[in-house]
Design a binder for this molecule. Structure first.
Ligand code: GDP
Ligand code: IMO
Ligand code: MG
Length: 421
């Protein structure tokens, strides 16, 4: 039995979707345990190109069973569209995708409130995906949430009535438009009718799987530094993103997690507000243009920076990472020099990530090492020895800082563009 968690070691979008897709072949279960459809995981394989928000990215491996744990928050419309998209691409999920009845639903008022809170904060806004994530998790922990299990009787109607009374008052006070009870009820009853065949309590399934020695792949959403507790609060997301979240979010005891794969981009990106110590502000530079990306969920432009080894090192320690999957090494090709952040200083003193809050992290002095780059196109490399010496040195430098091996190296977005060591 193996229970492998795949986590992002930076601020999300490290390439977790691709990693989960190529690792899924060996797995019996692939599962999401945190976050919601704020996640956007890109998978490129023989079926096409997909941006996946809720269904585990390992679903393309035909022998896997996909699980969406109770720790995941779900916008039902997004889930249904995704199931439809997969069916149309020839990936049937019927009978092999199960959604926990414990998972909370993103309601229309969560999305409205997410937007209104962001507007009210002005320049201090978090830069959320506006998918209702903060408000739905706030309702979850303040006992105001609505779960799939509420639809089996009339608990849904009872709870919705109360919530709309509360939420409409806030929405109207913030100059928003009140939501209509009948409309929301009918829409969500309609969603429930369609999602019902996929809803199943996961407890026995997971426990029996562990007992039978099955292989589980746990796909984290977001990244380590968007974690509510350990991220750059308040510029974080509303769910726990470190592997221990799989325990509450799926029902897997922590002692069963055997491996933690830290997916690490060869440089750094961030979407939304908050500190990014190695950020590159020269928007005309070659490196800025190379690193630039468009966000999979919102279509926003991702902020970019050099690789930050203090961030990777902290993620490895915090999440118990056992091996790294380095992604997008191919993107560095053609840069004559590479800068790598090896640590921070604040007021002249060396500090670690955990010593400072988000505001101080925004003003630390980054200590860089400049190393030679490589000019060769490496996208066809499939063995470590195919890489130019300077690219190999870059990998070795990451391993030395992280203290764990780099087992996979991404040299392109497609499944097969991967070096396995
Ligand atoms: P996730 O949220 O962690 O799954 O990552 P995203 O899918 O949001 O963003 C990662 C982006 O990098 C996507 O566009 C992927 O297709 C792409 N990608 C992943 N690995 C590689 C790689 O090794 N090389 C290149 N060039 N692109 C990659
Ligand atoms: P994946 O799984 C990158 C960021 C948002 C914002 C903050 C809070 O694709 O790596 P939220 O909507 O969660 O309340 O927004 O978190 N964020 C992500 N950034 N990748 C993600 O997911 C993200 N999910 C949320 O940009 O800064
Ligand atoms: Mg993403």
């Amino acid at each position: 039995m193996t229970v492998t968690a795949v986590i992002g070691s930076q601020w999300g979008d490290e390439g977790k979707g691709k990693a989960v897709d190529f690792l899924a072949e060996q797995m019996d279960y692939v599962a999401r345990f945190n976050g919601g459809n704020n996640a956007g995981h890109t998978v490129i394989n023989e079926y096409g190109t997909f941006k996946i928000h809720l269904v585990p990215s390992g679903i393309f491996a035909q022998n896997t069973i996909g699980l969406i744990g109770g720790g995941v928050v779900i916008d039902p419309q997004v889930l249904l569209e995704e199931i439809d998209m997969l069916n149309k691409a020839g990936i049937s999920v019927d009978g092999r995708l199960w959604v926990s009845p414990r998972s909370h639903l993103i309601m229309p008022y969560h999305k409205v409130l997410d937007g209104l809170y962001e507007e009210a904060k002005g320049a201090g806004a978090t830069g959320t995906t506006r998918r209702g994530i903060g408000p739905v998790f706030a309702d979850k922990v303040s006992y105001n949430g609505i779960r799939w299990t509420d639809f089996t009787g009339d608990m849904f109607e009872q709870r919705l009535k109360v919530q709309l009374q509360l939420k409409n008052k806030i929405i109207v006070a913030l100059d928003g438009e009140a939501l209509n009870y009948d409309d929301v009820r009918d829409t969500y009853r309609g969603y429930y009718a369609q999602v019902k065949p996929y809803i199943k309590e996961l407890f026995s399934l997971v426990q029996d799987g562990l007992q039978a020695g099955k292989n589980f792949l746990l796909e984290q959403a977001m990244g380590t530094f968007l974690d509510t507790d350990w991220g750059t609060y308040p510029f974080v997301t509303a769910s726990t993103t470190i592997p221990s979240a799989a325990s509450a979010g799926l029902g897997i005891p922590p002692r069963h997690i055997t491996n933690v794969i830290g997916v690490t981009k060869a440089y750094t990106t961030r979407v939304g507000a908050g500190p990014l110590p190695t950020e590159i502000y020269d928007y005309e530079s070659e490196v800025y243009k190379k690193f630039g990306e468009v966000a999979a969920t919102t279509g926003r432009i991702r902020r970019v920076g050099w690789l930050d080894l203090e961030i990777v090192r902290t993620a490895v320690q915090l999440s118990g990472v056992t091996e790294l999957c380095l992604t997008k090494l191919d993107v560095l090709s053609g840069l004559s020099e590479l800068k790598v952040c090896t640590g921070y200083k604040l007021n002249g003193n060396a500090v670690r990530y955990a010593d400072v809050d988000a505001y101080d992290l925004g003003r630390v002095e980054t200590v860089y090492e400049t190393i030679p780059g490589w000019s060769e196109d490496i996208s066809k490399a499939r063995a470590f020895s195919d890489l130019p010496a300077n690219a190999q040195s870059y990998v070795h430098m990451i391993e030395a800082a992280a203290g764990v091996p780099v087992k996979w190296i991404g040299v392109g977005p497609e499944r097969e563009a991967t070096i396995r060591r």
